[in-house]
Ligand binder design. Structure first.
Ligand SMILES: Cc1ncc(COP(=O)(O)O)c(C=O)c1O
Length: 366
């Protein structure tokens, strides 16, 4: 029986050739391909600086450290995300304060942000959930009023924009990720972007053991990590980035087919977009169910080899974070998360695949 995975990377011969070329060059790390990948990434995100790192999580950790966030500081973020967003705050000894989301954007609720900011707040991480733009106008204006730096967790948002500006390029720092379920992949990897030269200089040091070039030699000038990306990964990323427009067009067609074939489903709501988003690069296709037996629906679809995801499982409800106190009631997060179901989504899907998935989803949600 045919299998329908939740996600699948698209690897073509040009990707294999690009990686092979690096392998043959013997310059597997800190070589020229990293610089080229970063240069091209600046172009597509309309950013002045980009620093490739080993994962999105590494990018978030470095972003917080570059902003000077340290132990016992508070960082406001959302629970409607992957654990990595919140873990990055905990990793540097700061305290995550998870607040609620808005129903329309699935991003951080501006009202909740206003109510939560305190003198302890040292940074805000806004997440573009499923690549959908959070309410950047309002969130950025609140942050500006209180003079608090903002990181965009744009790990799912490459290729998406808000009021014609690329997501990830609107705040102090944008962080992207390239795990194989993303629009483009490097295997594992991430990217930090900024327009601030000082922050960029800090990223370069923090990702490389805290070292900085002094003439021909390195001096260690701060604490740091090995969060570098290898040229092998960068070659794959660069090759994929070259055809990102083509990949996005394919993803948009798949989403359109899902919208069409699911239109008959009376208990299924297809994804929608705010007026600030002209289109989407479609990281995932997540529907909302109006009925409460999601686990049974997932089991039924799994029996047909259709993989589905409970995406996102709120972070504050995870066993690890549940033990820690989160005093904020996250009503929207919990209500929305219970209804969400991610469907298989990858560029190799055929119209027949989508039809088959939709017919069965409608059947099990009648
Ligand atoms: C919203 C979000 N933030 C952070 C990350 C972390 O990225 P990585 O898995 O590359 O560390 C991801 C990746 O799945 C993500 O989707």
């Amino acid at each position: 029986m045919k299998k329908y995975p939740l996600a699948q990377p698209e690897i073509i011969q040009a990707d294999i050739d690009a990686v092979t070329q690096v392998l043959k060059s013997h310059q597997l790390s800190r070589g020229p391909v990293i610089n080229e990948f970063e240069k091209e990434f600046c172009k597509i995100t309309q950013s002045n600086y980009a620093s490739a790192v080993s994962s999105g999580t590494a990018g978030l950790i470095i972003a917080l450290q570059a902003l000077g966030v340290k132990e016992n500081d508070e960082v406001i973020t959302v629970s409607f995300t992957v654990p990595a967003t919140v873990n990055s705050i905990v990793a540097i000894g700061a305290t995550p304060i998870m607040i609620d989301i808005e129903d329309s954007t699935l991003g951080m609720c501006p009202g909740a942000l206003k109510r939560t900011i305190s003198t302890k707040t040292k940074a805000i991480i806004v997440v573009h959930a499923f690549g959908k733009a959070a309410n950047m106008c309002e969130l950025l204006s609140i942050a500006k009023y209180y003079n608090i730096p903002v990181i965009e967790d744009a790990c799912e948002a490459i290729g998406n924009s808000y009021q014609q500006k690329p997501l990830g390029s609107m705040a102090d720092i944008g962080v992207f990720a390239f795990y194989p379920n993303k629009q483009i992949t490097t295997g594992e990897g991430g990217m930090l972007v900024t327009n601030n030269q000082k922050l960029h200089a800090k990223f370069e040091i923090l990702r490389n053991h805290g070292r900085s070039m002094n003439g021909d030699l390195y001096d260690q000038v701060s604490f740091g990590w090995n969060f570098r990306m290898s040229d092998i990964n960068a070659a794959l990323g660069l090759s994929q980035l070259k055809r990102i427009k083509h990949v996005i067009t394919k993803r948009q067609k798949i989403a359109q087919l899902y919208n069409t074939y699911l239109s008959e489903g009376k208990n299924i709501t297809c994804p929608s977009f705010s007026a600030h988003e002209s289109s989407s690069a479609w990281f995932v296709y997540v529907v909302r169910l109006a009925i409460h037996n999601r686990n049974t629906i997932i089991q039924n679809l799994n029996r047909l080899n259709i993989q589905c995801g409970r995406y996102f499982a709120p972070v504050h409800l995870q066993p690890y974070y549940k033990k820690k106190t989160n005093k904020n009631a996250l009503h929207s997060t919990e209500t929305i998360a219970k209804k969400c179901l991610a469907l298989p989504f990858y560029t190799q899907m055929t119209e027949n695949d989508i039809k088959f998935i939709c017919i069965n989803l409608i059947k099990y949600t009648q």
